[in-house]
Design a protein around this ligand. Structure first.
Ligand code: FAD
Length: 545
């Protein structure tokens, strides 16, 4: 990308930057994208992993957002059926709770209405007994009934990767571990950026007609480097999650709950053998470079879940994994609590021409990408008179792996190649129609068909696949964001880390020192995610509220 000027340079390879790069490249705009870390390595891999209309935004009267997000839920279920899955939610109501049954029932109708009654299924209202049958371990005292409704769940990090790979297929040049260290300016106009390769330290100049700042929680930092007097756009709020063994809670549905600790809406969500509980929503002054779940976050989340599932008796030592991120939300005009800050997005142009996108959600990234690219296209037309390219059908082109909606067909095709049912399902859920390409690697080298750790489905072939086709260049890229061992089975992930590093060393030509460095860096990430343990009393039971 440094070889010749591009039309558009996108700074930031989270879901927002990825959506812009995809839309722009599909319009034929010559696009480059850089991220200072791994793609999706920041907020976009630390979300609640929901593609949702956002039931709780109804309370704030944010109907426009709910309608837009509901439409996007339908789009993403279509263009990435392997990565976005419908999920049934149960929202129980208790006597004396902040949200009475009539209000929830009205909200549910509105939720279906704003989705044009085209959600995967319509909601149903369940009386006390059917609720107890569906989720017997849910607190029964004071239970008045529950709404059964539908949203969708995704693998957030993989959604970013798939979107970026779609952009790259359309011609975008994308680089991870490439930090924009300063903006190139002449005559007060931004004309590109100085980009440092974070792996080898080399510095490059990327020249571009238009630069977009899509750096999520860092957008104000980039804006300040352009104009020290630029008014901050964001109000950052932190959200943390904890993952615990699902058997401890014993739920089958996703459960929406009102935390008895502070009355906030939160979720207990299934993820294979795990459940994750989230999220917190607190104002945060810490730098986006240094966000993690603290002991206070963990205790709050466990107390909230324990109050609804009293038999779970979750304590901090039960926590398998944690993650936290900063929501890059638009600063509201007036003072409101963190969880009431709007999730809408805004595109802002500075006098220098720098375009910044702030706010938004994972769910609405495609719309955000479209809005920014409309601006970029208009700017390019005013700069060199080129015609406005038509908007591409980003709502219909499947993301890589999403070409086949019927996942069972893909599973059957893998079964015909002697994959077991569970392996076939695992590969299809992760790679969609590209799962066959992963198995092709095994045809080349039978040893790649072995699991990385006993008892888990992840194959050695996946390490090769992620390095060769998903731009994994560091050990943590593979173990955290592409294979998720970091979240799903940390002890075995730790044990496998040196072996995975050895395999990557062969693929990426690492010397001994680099291999050791990668293992140490990964171990440091694991330690950070468990730092909360030092902040809670060892005997803490995080009992119900
Ligand atoms: C706890 C939590 C839960 C959430 N849950 C949901 C949910 O369930 N559903 C939903 O729809 N939304 C959810 N969201 C919101 C959603 O995750 C975010 O809106 C979205 O991920 C933001 O993406 P982004 O690309 O703007 O930011 P990021 O993902 O943070 O990406 C910005 C990127 O810019 C890069 N960058 C920064 N500075 C530079 C530089 N100088 N040079 C190069 N690169 C740079 C960073 O490395 C980073 O990768 C949640 C958010 C949080 C925090």
């Amino acid at each position: 990308m440094a070889a010749e000027p591009v039309d558009l340079l996108v700074i930031g390879g989270g879901i927002t930057g990825a959506g812009i790069a995809r839309d722009a490249a599909l319009r034929g705009i010559r696009t480059a994208l850089v991220d200072q870390g791994d793609f999706g390595g920041a907020t976009s891999s630390h979300s609640s992993r929901l593609i949702h209309g956002g039931l709780r935004y109804l309370e704030q009267g944010d109907w426009h957002l709910v309608r837009e997000a509901s439409r996007e839920r339908r789009v993403l279920l279509t263009i990435a059926p392997h990565l976005v899955h419908p999920l049934a939610f149960l929202f129980p109501v208790y006597r004396g709770a902040r949200v009475p049954p009539w209000k929830l029932r009205a909200g549910m109708w509105l939720y279906d209405l704003l989705a044009g009654f085209r959600n995967t299924q319509r909601h149903r209202w369940l009386a006390r007994k059917p609720v107890a049958r569906l989720e017997p371990r849910l607190r029964s005292k004071g239970l008045q009934g529950a709404a059964l409704y539908y949203d969708a769940q995704t693998d957030d990090a993989r959604l970013v990767l798939a979107t970026l790979r779609s952009a790259a297929r359309a011609g975008a040049l994308v680089a991870n571990y490439a930090a924009a260290t300063s903006l190139l300016k002449s005559d007060g106009v931004v004309r590109g950026a100085v980009v440092r390769d974070e792996l080898d330290g080399r510095v490059h100049t990327v020249r571009a007609l238009v630069v977009v700042n899509a750096t999520g929680p860092w957008v104000d930092r980039i804006r300040a480097s352009d104009d020290p007097h630029a008014k901050p756009l964001l109000r950052l709020t932190k959200g943390a999650h904890v993952a615990v063994p699902r058997a401890r809670i014993g739920h089958t549905h996703a459960v929406t709950l009102i935390s008895p600790v502070d009355g906030r809406v939160m979720f207990v969500l299934p993820w294979g053998d795990l459940s994750y509980i989230g999220t917190t929503d607190t104002d945060e002054d810490a730098s986006p470079d240094d966000v993690r779940a603290t002991g206070v976050d963990v205790v709050y989340l466990l107390r909230s879940a324990n109050a609804l599932f009293p038999d779970a008796r979750l304590a901090p030592r039960d926590v398998i994994a944690t993650w936290a991120g900063l929501r890059p939300l638009l600063a509201p005009e007036r003072d409101v609590s963190a969880s009431r800050v709007s999730r809408e997005h805004r595109v802002v142009e500075a006098a220098s021409g720098l375009i910044t996108i702030a706010g938004g959600k994972l769910t609405t990234y495609r719309v955000m990408g479209r809005d920014v690219t409309d601006r970029v296209a208009r700017r390019l037309r005013s700069l060199d008179g080129r015609p406005l390219p038509p908007r591409p059908a980003t709502d219909r082109f499947p993301l890589p792996g999403g070409e086949t909606a019927d996942l069972d067909v893909l599973v059957d095709a893998l079964r015909a190649r002697e994959a077991t049912e569970s392996l076939a399902r695992h590969l299809v859920r992760r790679y969609g129609s590209e799962a066959a390409a992963v198995l092709n690697l095994v045809d080349r080298d039978r040893a790649l068909g072995e699991p990385i750790v006993r008892g888990r489905p992840d194959l050695w072939a996946e390490v090769v696949h992620t390095v060769e086709r998903e731009m994994a260049v560091r050990l943590s890229d593979v173990l955290i964001r592409r294979l998720h061992l970091f979240y799903e089975d940390p002890p075995r992930g730790n044990a496998a880390a040196p072996l995975v590093a050895a395999r990557m060393a062969r693929l990426l030509d690492w010397d001994e020192a680099r291999r050791e460095e990668e293992v140490a860096a990964y171990a440091a990430e694991v330690k950070r995610a468990r730092a909360f343990l030092r902040e809670v009393p060892r005997t803490s039971s995080a009992g119900g509220a």
